[in-house]
Design a protein around this ligand. Structure first.
Ligand code: SF4
Ligand code: SF4
Length: 383
């Protein structure tokens, strides 16, 4: 049992409730599943109580345990607040691995995995369509210093982010390429605890990237970045032979070295911190610096921001099994963004953009939902 490794940490939980039963902003709960379902077993303390009962052999892994453990957007709000600094997301990951080993996975997530197995992406799309957003293929599979790893959600569902990322890198004169045979980064396998399949995918991507002599891989998707940065070295047992960066970090550095002319955009925007980018990788300031570099833009913060940000409800592939939780969370977050008076909510993640766009349409709102790359591409357009 993978969970056994965390016996001491699980036993040291104080049952203090800092991780789930507290309120932020205007009295909202910090944990999406606890906020939606209202039962302690969906929050961190409840998940640890389940973990302890499993270790003590009072219960066994079954579909009821799976229902609680997979109801988690991996937002890390609980870990941020834990009074004992317990590695909560690692403990949940160990439980997912144990559940995957026993083949007890939620139905929606199982379907996602089947699609990744068959199509190389979670959206049942052909490999040929992966680069359908690209106007010409002159940059594909070229030797270059920088690789833009597009990722499934950006390539198939949020093509505006893919095109904008390309335009921004091109405008800044970056020597970059794109893989012609890019595979899913493996994040869905990791979210389901299927580490062998995640390792296989990691090796395939690593092989393709290594052929091109890449020094830095850049990402628009924080989920892909987290998979490369945190999971791949652990899965492959060695450090990656290149640097990995989110595009907001990379572009902030590039603009500091080679300032570019940014067009004035008279707008008031608010910024939603993606959990994978913020709490997981502590990238809070580069997106804000980039927004504030654009002349004419005013950035207004939501009450819950940076490490206190609230999840949009679309992490960890939960939408396929817990749609009510995803919708409730995205509406909660979108209404917080709307209340700032901003005319656009900007994020830096294709999955967050999908959730926020769904909330916008459900709320019938005029507030625009933009990715930060889309905003930058507008600012870099010729007058
Ligand atoms: S990671 Fe987020 S969703 Fe999961 S238990 Fe912690 S606070 Fe709740
Ligand atoms: S905050 Fe940490 S120590 Fe306190 S109940 Fe939650 S998991 Fe346990």
């Amino acid at each position: 049992m993978k969970l056994e490794k965390y016996r001491d940490q699980i036993y040291s939980c104080l049952r203090c409730a800092f991780c789930f039963d507290q309120e932020q902003g205007e009295g909202q709960k910090i944990c999406p599943p606890y906020a939606t379902y209202g039962l302690e077993s969906y929050g961190a303390r409840g998940k640890l109580t389940i973990a302890r009962a499993l270790i003590d052999k009072e219960i066994e892994y079954d579909k009821d345990v799976a229902e609680r453990i997979f109801a988690c957007t991996e937002c890390e709000a609980c870990q941020e607040q834990c009074f004992k600094y317990l590695p909560l997301t690692e403990i949940y990951a160990a439980m997912k691995e144990d559940l995957a080993e026993r083949n007890v996975l939620p139905a929606g997530l199982s379907d996602v995995l089947e699609q990744v197995d068959e199509f190389g992406n979670p959206y049942k799309q052909s490999a040929e369509k992966r680069l359908a957003w690209l106007r010409n293929r002159e940059r594909v599979d070229q030797k270059a210093d920088v690789l833009f790893f597009v990722g499934c959600t950006t390539a198939y569902l949020r093509r505006g982010i893919a095109r904008s990322s390309y335009q921004v890198l091109d405008k800044l004169g970056i020597d970059f390429t794109i893989l012609g045979n890019e595979q899913c980064c493996g994040h869905p396998y990791i979210a389901a605890g299927k580490m062998d399949q995640a390792k296989e995918t990691a090796s395939t991507n690593l092989e393709s990237i290594s052929r091109l002599g890449i020094k830095t891989v850049v990402f628009a998707c924080p989920g892909c970045l987290r998979t490369f940065k945190e999971d791949m070295p652990r899965l492959l047992g060695e450090p990656l032979p290149f640097e990995t960066m989110h595009l907001t970090e990379f572009i902030t550095e590039e603009l500091a070295k080679h300032p570019a002319k940014l067009k004035k955009l008279s707008r008031v925007v608010t910024y939603h911190d993606p959990c994978n980018l913020g709490r997981h990788m502590e990238i809070y300031e580069p997106p804000r610096e980039l927004i504030e570099m654009i002349p004419g833009i005013r950035l207004v913060e939501m009450p819950r921001n940076r490490d206190n940000s609230f999840c949009c409800g679309n992490g960890g592939f939960v939408r396929y099994d817990y749609e009510d939780m995803s919708v409730e969370s995205e509406l909660d977050r979108f209404s917080e963004a709307e209340a700032t008076g901003a005319d656009a909510v900007v994020s830096a993640c294709p999955a967050c953009q999908s959730g926020l766009l769904d909330a916008k349409s459900k709320a019938g709102s005029k507030v625009e939902v933009l990715d930060i790359l889309e905003l930058l591409a507008k600012a870099l357009q010729d007058e």
